[in-house]
Design a protein around this ligand. Structure first.
Ligand SMILES: Nc1ccn([C@H]2C[C@H](O)[C@@H](COP(=O)(O)OP(=O)(O)OP(=O)(O)O)O2)c(=O)n1
Length: 156
């Protein structure tokens, strides 16, 4: 890399905003429903798959591919990403946050080999706590002053 050349960092938020601007400018928000976006994304996954179809296994880095094929690959990968980002946005899911949480879950579920077996129970507890978080309790939820008049006892 050239010393003066800065590698551009593109955030999911930037892509999400640009997709929103793109849809608004064309009055296409009405078409960008969750279901439509999901189907559009799956269609693009199909187009992405076509690039690899019948080639057999390919080497990492795609050293034998023509430049134009790599450009085409970048376009199809982008279509999938853009629809995924847009789908997350219209569903109200913070994709970056959700992906980081999922990475944490994956690391607990599939620990690196150096961890010993006696960590297994602890790992399982951590996994469960992330997967099934306790509901947030406020003072007025508990006891006699509960809004639905349910008095909580030790038995509950
Ligand atoms: N209603 C639409 C249609 C398109 N796009 C955007 C998101 C994708 O990045 C790209 C998809 O465009 P096309 O449907 O034209 O698909 P391709 O670019 O893959 O063209 P083709 O299917 O002809 O190869 O355009 C969008 O946001 N909303």
């Amino acid at each position: 890399m050239d010393m003066g050349e800065e590698k551009e960092v593109v955030s999911l938020g930037t892509l999400s905003k640009k997709m929103d601007d793109f849809a608004k400018a064309r009055d296409w928000e009405k078409y960008h429903s969750p279901r439509n976006l999901l189907l559009a994304m799956v269609g693009e996954v199909g187009e992405l798959s076509e690039i690899f179809q019948w080639r057999g296994e390919v080497e990492r880095g795609l050293p034998d591919w023509k430049e134009e094929d790599k450009v085409h690959l970048g376009e199809e990968l982008s279509d999938v990403l853009l629809y995924l980002v847009r789908l997350s946005d219209v569903c109200g899911v913070d994709l970056g946050k959700a992906a980081l949480r999922k990475l944490e879950l994956n690391a607990i579920k599939y620990p690196a080999p150096k961890q010993t077996d006696h960590c297994a129970a602890l790992r399982k507890l951590e996994l469960n706590a992330i997967k099934y978080p306790a509901p947030k309790q406020t003072d007025h939820c508990v006891g006699e002053h509960s809004s639905d008049n349910t008095k909580l006892t030790e038995d509950n």
